[in-house]
Design a protein around this ligand. Structure first.
Ligand SMILES: [Fe+2]
Ligand SMILES: [Fe+2]
Length: 171
């Protein structure tokens, strides 16, 4: 089975997005670690690993089709944030960009009647719903609990608990 050059290019671009997301979460984890948010640091180190597995899924998919996946260079991610809330806002924005790119790929697969890629992408569509919800829920915490030092410490503890027992660990 072959995929079109257009679909291949879109999947290669997605590898770049997933690799960039992984690096970006690594930079966020470092910022959290240095700032004293240990729970959040663990959470984002884990998130970085997760994005790497997404990247690998696409690389294996392409390689299994006999279409060599390209391994991209990525831009240096930002590693300065005003606050934990600012950092999580930027994580949500990242995820929204990824969701859009995945939806564009689904449309290409539909148009080209590329059923294999369409089915392959289904996992990513569902994953993005979870990813966006995860960060939206976290952002709500700032409105619910507050933004003072104690509140942020509380939120950091929640992130520590999430990192220790990720909700989608079984997935
Ligand atoms: Fe991802
Ligand atoms: Fe993600």
């Amino acid at each position: 089975m072959k995929i079109s050059p257009k679909m291949k290019k879109a999947l290669d671009d997605q590898v770049i997005l997933e690799a960039s997301a992984s690096n970006s979460y690594l930079a966020m984890a470092s910022w959290c670690e240095v700032t004293g948010y240990r729970g959040s640091a663990n959470y984002f180190y884990m998130q970085s690993e997760e994005e790497r597995t997404h990247m690998l899924k696409i690389i294996h998919y392409l390689n299994n089709l006999g279409t060599l996946a390209s391994v991209p260079a990525t831009k240096t991610p930002t590693n300065s944030y005003k606050s934990l809330e600012d950092l999580i806002k930027s994580a949500l924005k990242n995820e929204q960009t990824v969701t859009k790119a995945i939806h564009v790929m689904v449309e290409i697969a539909q148009k080209e009647k590329d059923h294999s890629t369409y089915v392959f992408l289904e996992w990513f569509v569902n994953e993005q719903v979870q990813e966006e919800t995860k960060f939206e829920t976290l952002l709500q915490k700032f409105d619910l609990i507050g933004r003072d030092k104690l509140a942020i410490n509380e939120i950091d503890k929640m992130l520590a608990a999430d990192a220790a027992a990720p909700a989608d660990a079984a997935a």
